[in-house]
Design a protein around this ligand. Structure first.
Ligand SMILES: *Cc1c(COP(=O)(O)O)cnc(C)c1O
Length: 372
């Protein structure tokens, strides 16, 4: 059988699910690993840079890898409803996988600052949308409290099944390259995804990791790997929302990269373990750097990611130019989400005036002649 049916079917033996649990899937995973040829030349850096474009997942972000696991596990336990706080992509994924499972979803979103495409996804999949007078961190605190007393399963990345699903992106990268890259760069919000990737790489290496909250590196998956190399993990934050750079929670996080507008990361301790075990680091990018990099990638390579996603590449390019990432390195940057979720950010930045013509061939030809 050749039909691809998602990460649970692809990696079942490496995921902690009861054998009889029926996968709730939308065919997530198997995302492209695109080598950046033009951009590397344009920027004059010497490295093999790949982007793992998670924007091609069914709901347009890597959250699908985690959500298929969290929802599959919840439904197997008999759950009838799931709950999450979200800056947008978690709610889109939760709403879609709940619809697929035939259960209810409740999503808490912050006041304003949610990309229009993401909101539309929650609406169209029939989620109950609760707008909190506060930011993401307020929503997160509330869903943790509510899920303790209500018959709903919390599907934020504090649910360990989320990270188990998300680790499969590292499996795909190791399969594609034959081994782990030298460096793996990610945008960091709650820091669940950087932790999940490290769990995945550590399982491939057969070492496991203390950052895994389920087993601390002591389960059977952790001891069966055979590709020993692991990357240095680099987490990039938006400058106005960079608790890992400040060493403490940030009270009023602000950034155009709404997906990482998070001041109090839920995977704080695991992410520090990832940094130490991998020998990587955290750094920050300004909103201007993030938006410029989003454009650069779209114009040079035809890849349209959302602002938060461009943070990984913006940081990687800067660290390559400064030599912090040595020339000749193999670098993978995760592009976490699809640019089409947030068209406003592009159009707000202005665009060349459209050219209006009469509906005749010669008028269109004149436009071409002037520009060819
Ligand atoms: C969720 C998300 C992030 C942040 O991931 P964390 O696991 O919270 O660090 C980054 N980019 C996009 C597009 C996201 O949806």
């Amino acid at each position: 059988m050749t039909r691809y049916t998602g990460i649970i079917d692809a990696y079942r033996s490496r995921l902690p699910l009861p054998p009889e649990a029926k996968a709730i899937s939308l065919g997530e995973g198997r995302t492209p690993l695109i080598k950046l040829d033009n951009l590397v030349r344009h920027e004059g850096v010497e490295a093999d840079i790949y982007v793992k474009f998670e924007g091609t997942n069914p709901t347009g972000s890597f959250k699908d890898r985690g959500m298929t696991m969290a929802v599959t596990e919840a439904v197997h336990r008999g759950a009838k409803a799931i709950l999450c706080a979200s800056t947008g992509n978690t709610s889109a994924a939760a709403a879609a996988y709940a619809a697929r499972a035939g259960i209810k979803s409740f999503v808490l979103i912050p006041e304003g600052k949610i990309a229009m495409g993401k909101l539309a996804q929650a609406v169209v999949h029939g989620a109950t949308i609760v707008q909190v007078r506060g930011n993401f961190d307020d929503g997160m605190r509330l869903v943790k409290e509510v899920s303790e007393t209500s018959p709903v399963v919390l599907v934020n990345s504090v649910n360990p099944y989320r990270l188990q699903g998300q680790k499969t992106a590292a499996f795909e990268i190791v399969e594609a390259l034959g081994e782990a890259p030298d460096y793996h760069c990610l945008p960091v919000g709650n820091a669940g995804n950087i932790t999940a990737h490290w769990i995945g790489y550590s399982e491939c290496a057969g070492t496991g990791t203390q950052a895994c909250l389920l087993c601390k590196g002591n389960c059977t998956f952790c001891q069966t790997g055979s590709t020993p190399k692991r990357p240095k993990m680099i987490g990039y934050q938006a400058a106005g929302s960079a608790p890992f750079m400040r060493g403490a929670a940030v009270k009023n996080p602000e950034t155009v990269a709404t997906a990482i507008r998070i001041g109090d990361p839920q995977s704080w301790d695991p992410a520090w373990i990832v940094q130490k075990e991998s020998g990587g680091w955290f750094d920050e990018c300004t909103d201007a750097e993030i938006l410029a990099c989003q454009r650069l990638l779209a114009e040079q390579e035809g890849v349209f990611c959302e602002p938060a996603s461009a943070t990984s590449l913006a940081g990687a390019l800067r660290d390559l130019k400064s030599g912090k990432i040595p020339a000749g390195s193999t670098v993978v940057c995760t592009l976490t989400g699809n640019g089409m979720k947030d068209p406003d950010i592009i159009l707000k930045g202005g665009f060349p005036a459209m050219i209006e013509v009469d509906a005749v061939k010669s008028a269109v030809e004149r436009v071409l002649v002037d520009r060819l």
